[in-house]
Design a protein around this ligand. Structure first.
Ligand code: ADP
Length: 616
């Protein structure tokens, strides 16, 4: 259990690790791609910026030379010591410079005397004109005067505007120095254009100090720390009016060939791709900073995609593994189930076989029981017959004796020729013979061993009548009065002979019970209820004691003396009645004496029952 828990924990940790790794790898790839495409897209833009600077300078850098060769310039300078001509020449030069400046679209163009005083300028008509200003201390003037070629250039802040200006100067010489022609170049328009385009463009000078910037916050700040090689040591700060130069703060995050990924914290926080383009003619460097928001987004997307993809793959793999395991488990449990089913089937068929054997055994036992019961019934009948034999013999002897007497008298009547008397005697003899035949017929039927068979409709009145015929001798001998109260035509379901046997038993017991009684009687009743027919045999005998009443249906229970009773009659009757689906019970009636009642299922078909031939 614990092992499986740790195993699952391990798997989960692995899955998280794999997802994290793939997210990391994929964000890296996406970032690299993003940066690469950004680098490639920015290259032409950087070149355009360089071209614009070149163009701005290039369209004006020849002007100082042109001015130095100009005759009006030279004439005006040469007439410095001749005040009468000078004012005329200077005036003409002023106008010329103004015209030239307008045509060449320059910002400033002026001529300086060897002493550094501006003698003519294109802005001669404006209130704050340079004319008359002393520029002797300006580096471009000093350099131009000093240089052998007479050329000089200077990048510096114009104090009045606090903007960077680029000065190109050319010394004008004849035999001696006549003066210096100067053109001032401005980049304000370029800066404004970069700002408008929302670009981060900076141009640093040879000391790595920003002098042009689309963002004023960077202006005159040291950016050399983000250049390669770094330029952190400045040759001079003069050009920036001697103010201390603050460095832009930040760090290089990554070097990507000539380009850098930098993180700036001051003057404004941000992470940029920094690309540079050198302008070697001037010692300047163009910096173009691109915000990495798109790359960051790419990187984030890459992380999400990589993580999701690996999570998806892991889920897929887990799903497949789980399916496989489930399949294996299902196969295993299927095999186990089959084994159990086979085992159970085997057990069931064993049980079934033993049940079949048991059923067979039960059937055989039942058949044996039935046969035994049948034998018992038969034995009971024979016993009853045995008991009745004396009475029956007497019953037959009587008509026989009468027949003999009638035969003797008939013989005499025949000898006398009294035919009518003979015929009457013969009729009487026939009646007696028929009576005898009836008794023996009943005996034969009763004594025949009845086979246990299907129940049939039995007429109750006839069964009672036939029993009484059989017992007529006994009854007469005992001097018992027989009372009958029998509803005619009642049918029960059973077997005629067996019902007669039951009635015979009951009447026999009643005869025994009333023996020795004064005015003995036996009352036989047959009544119908809704679904049953009850046959009750009552007598005025000694009755049944309370101690015996529960035992009289037990086999071999008898209160009669040895040789008189076997104790089987009621037990056989009980069995027969049970077989018919009925019941038998005993009680003592109020007049004194016993009453035994048999209740049998009523046969509803009121058609005449199929009676077996009694006289057969
Ligand atoms: P048996 O007649 O051979 O004794 P039975 O089974 O027919 O066997 O009767 C069992 C006993 O039930 C009798 O011995 C007798 O004691 C009692 N008995 C049956 N019928 C009556 C009756 N009508 N009156 C009194 N006792 C009876």
């Amino acid at each position: 259990m614990l092992q499986s828990y740790f195993r699952q924990l391990g798997l989960f940790a692995c899955a998280v690790g794999v997802i994290g790794l793939s997210a990391f790898a994929s964000q890296h790839v996406w970032r690299e791609n993003g940066l690469r495409s950004l680098q490639a897209a920015n290259e032409p833009r950087l070149q355009l910026i360089a071209n614009a600077i070149y163009a701005e300078i290039g369209r004006q850098d020849h002007l100082p030379v042109v001015l130095s060769l100009d005759s009006d310039v030279q004439a005006a300078l040469a007439a410095a010591d001749d005040p009468s001509r000078r004012s005329l020449l200077v005036d003409r030069l002023n106008r010329k410079l103004e015209r030239l400046s307008r045509e060449a679209n320059t910002r400033a163009m002026f001529v300086i005397s060897p002493h550094g005083i501006v003698i003519a300028s294109d802005d001669w008509q404006t209130p704050d004109t340079l004319v008359g200003a002393n520029l002797a201390d300006r580096p471009y003037f000093i350099q131009a005067v000093a240089a052998a070629t007479g050329e000089s250039s200077f990048l510096g802040i114009e104090p009045s505007t606090n903007r960077v200006r680029y000065y190109l100067a050319q010394a004008i010489r004849d035999t001696a120095l006549l003066g210096v022609a100067v053109v001032r170049i401005e980049f304000d328009t370029l800066e404004a254009a970069w700002e408008r385009a929302g670009e981060h463009v900076m141009v640093t000078d040879s000391d790595g100090v920003v002098f042009l910037s689309s963002d004023p916050a960077y202006r005159y700040r040291g950016f050399g720390g983000f250049e390669s090689p770094m330029r952190l040591v400045r040759s001079s700060t003069d050009r920036y009016l001697g103010a201390p130069v603050e460095d832009v703060e930040g760090q290089i995050l990554q070097r990507r060939g000539p380009d850098l990924v930098i993180k700036i914290s001051s003057p404004a926080a941000g992470t940029y791709l920094s690309q540079t383009n050198m302008l070697p003619e001037y010692g300047w460097t163009i910096h173009r900073l691109t915000e990495l928001s798109t790359v960051d987004e790419d990187q984030r997307d890459g992380a999400i995609i990589g993580g999701s993809l690996s999570a998806l793959i892991i889920i897929l793999v887990l799903y497949v593994v789980q399916r496989h395991q489930a399949f294996l488990a299902a196969s295993r449990s299927g095999v186990e189930l089959q084994r159990q089913v086979a085992e159970r089937t085997h057990e069931l068929s064993d049980t079934n076989a033993s049940l079949q054997t048991e059923i067979e055994e039960r059937r055989r036992t039942e058949a044996r029981l039935r046969a035994t019961q049948n034998e018992l019934v038969q034995a009971g009948k024979l016993a009853a017959l045995g008991q009745m034999s004396a009475a029956i013999a007497h019953e037959i002897n009587q008509p026989l004796a009468a027949i003999r007497t009638f035969m003797a008298s008939t013989k005499i009547f025949a000898q006398r020729g009294e035919v009518a008397q003979v015929a009457r005697n013969l009729d009487l003899i026939t009646d007696l013979a028929e009576r005898m035949a009836s008794i023996t017929g009943h005996l034969k039927t009763f004594a025949r061993k009845s086979e246990p068979g299907h129940p049939e409709p039995v007429a109750v009145d006839r069964a009672i009548e036939r029993t009484l015929v059989l017992m007529a001798g006994q009854i007469r001998t005992a001097g018992v009065r027989i009372e009958t109260d029998i509803t005619p035509g009642l049918l029960v379901t059973g077997q005629a002979v067996q019902l007669e046997q039951v009635i015979l038993n009951l009447i026999g017991n009643a005869l025994d019970a009333v023996a020795g009684r004064d005015q003995p009687w036996i009352r036989i009743r047959a009544r119908a209820a809704a679904d049953t027919v009850s046959i009750a045999v009552a007598d005025n005998g000694h009755g049944i004691s309370a101690a015996e009443i529960d035992r009289i249906f037990d086999p071999f229970f008898t209160t009669k003396p040895l040789g008189k009773g076997l104790g089987l009659g009621l037990s056989i009757s009980y069995g027969i009645v049970q077989d018919f689906g009925g019941q038998i019970h005993a009680n003592n009636h109020p007049e004194g004496g016993a009453e035994l009642t048999v209740e049998l299922p009523r046969h509803r078909r009121e058609t005449a029952p199929v009676e077996k031939a009694i006289h057969a």
